[in-house]
Design a protein around this ligand. Structure first.
Ligand SMILES: *Cc1c(COP(=O)(O)O)cnc(C)c1O
Length: 363
């Protein structure tokens, strides 16, 4: 008996071939790599939340319907009348649920997306046993609508993911182009508009759900300031949501998350105010970066900035050695050569990043 042969005999070959999802150890770093909100809850709210969490019955399973949290999300976050939401352990889990529900066993099932984009679309599709088709965006990072429509006609994808705005490019795809894609999918494919950055984009397809039976709108509270509680939600036509709900593990959202999310909705103005500060900081940081010779800043509707620099690898290494963590996306796709993705943070952290980055350019 050897563990190596055990693994070869049991684990899927494509899993064996997949590298682990690498998350850098960030202790002691200024963390500008993961689009987190840098602001904690104000002290008095943290204390109130602790009191609420202290009263949670940890010995009980969550109430399986999640009715109260779902009703609050629908009321407060712009879900159209007559539409419900499905909750996930982060939107990462929602992506898995969508893929699992559409991964036909008896025929090829395809997930399609513009690339570069959020890496979980391809990862999750592969783990569900689906083929992933990536359609490159244009050099200016806009959606190549004609190529998308041609790929849809060729591959008949069951799911098309559209990150709105797109991670890591930061731009919002043209709304009319997206509508054309949703229409082209018709009754053979589902369009998933991933609005993880909605608090920073302030643009949404949520209110357009009633126009399209094949549209899913997905969001998360992660980028708004609650990445740690792991909560995503998605809405779609009730008949479609009912099918996805069958695939969802029954108690996928834990009671602490449920209570913390309801608490956050009670105080949503605090989080919205933080998002407004970050939108202002995005403009300031973009302008400051763009003023550095050799740096090109792309427009962003997220809480991060994509910038092309003379040497992304050298800049990343320099920043790392000065305890600033950003994401070098230069190797992700040819349209991103020498690009860095920088999370927008507090004025202090943004300044520290800018100082270190300027020093890296002088070095
Ligand atoms: C960060 C991100 C997510 C992940 O959200 P979680 O709810 O934290 O799992 C989903 N989609 C996009 C495009 C993202 O950038």
């Amino acid at each position: 008996m050897s563990i190596d042969s055990l693994i070869r005999n049991t684990i899927r070959s494509d899993v064996l071939a997949t590298p682990g999802y690498h998350v850098a150890d960030a202790s002691g770093f200024i963390k500008l790599d993961a689009m987190e909100n840098p602001y904690p809850l104000p002290d008095h709210l943290a204390t109130d939340l602790a009191n609420r969490l202290a009263n949670v019955a940890l010995n009980r399973y969550p109430v399986a319907s999640y009715a109260s949290l779902k009703a609050r999300i629908c009321q407060q976050l712009g879900v159209p009348e007559g539409y419900d939401v499905l909750l996930g352990n982060g939107s990462d889990e929602l992506i898995s649920i969508l893929d699992m529900a559409c991964a036909h066993q008896d025929r090829r099932a395809v997930v399609l997306s513009p690339v570069p984009t959020f890496v979980m679309y391809a990862r999750s599709a592969k783990f569900a046993g689906m083929d992933f088709v990536g359609v490159p965006v244009r050099d200016d990072l806009t959606l190549d609508k004609d190529a998308m429509l041609a790929a849809i006609a060729e591959h008949k994808p069951a799911l098309v993911y559209l990150s709105y705005p797109n991670n890591p490019t930061g731009n919002l795809f043209d709304e009319d182009d997206m509508v054309e894609i949703i229409r082209a999918l018709g009754d053979t494919g589902i369009a998933v508009v991933d609005e993880a950055y909605e608090p920073f984009a302030q643009k949404s397809f949520m209110h357009r759900l009633p126009e399209f039976d094949n549209l899913v709108v997905m969001r998360t509270v992660s980028k708004l300031g609650l990445a740690g509680i792991r909560l995503g939600y998605m809405s779609a036509a009730p008949q479609l949501l009912e099918q996805f709900d069958k695939v969802r593990p029954p108690y996928n959202v834990n009671v602490l998350t449920q209570v913390a999310a309801e608490f956050a909705l009670d105080h949503i103005a605090v989080l919205n105010e933080q998002a407004a500060v970050l939108r202002e900081q995005r403009a300031l940081l973009s302008a400051a970066l763009a003023a550095i010779p050799g740096v090109h800043v792309f427009p962003s509707a997220g809480n991060f900035i994509l910038a092309r620099v003379p040497d992304a690898e050298a800049a990343t290494a320099y920043l790392l050695s000065h305890k600033v963590l950003i994401k070098n996306v230069g190797k992700m796709h040819s349209v991103l050569s020498n690009c860095l993705r920088i999370t927008v943070s507090t004025p202090e952290e943004n300044a520290a990043f800018l100082d270190a980055f300027k020093a890296s350019q002088a070095a």
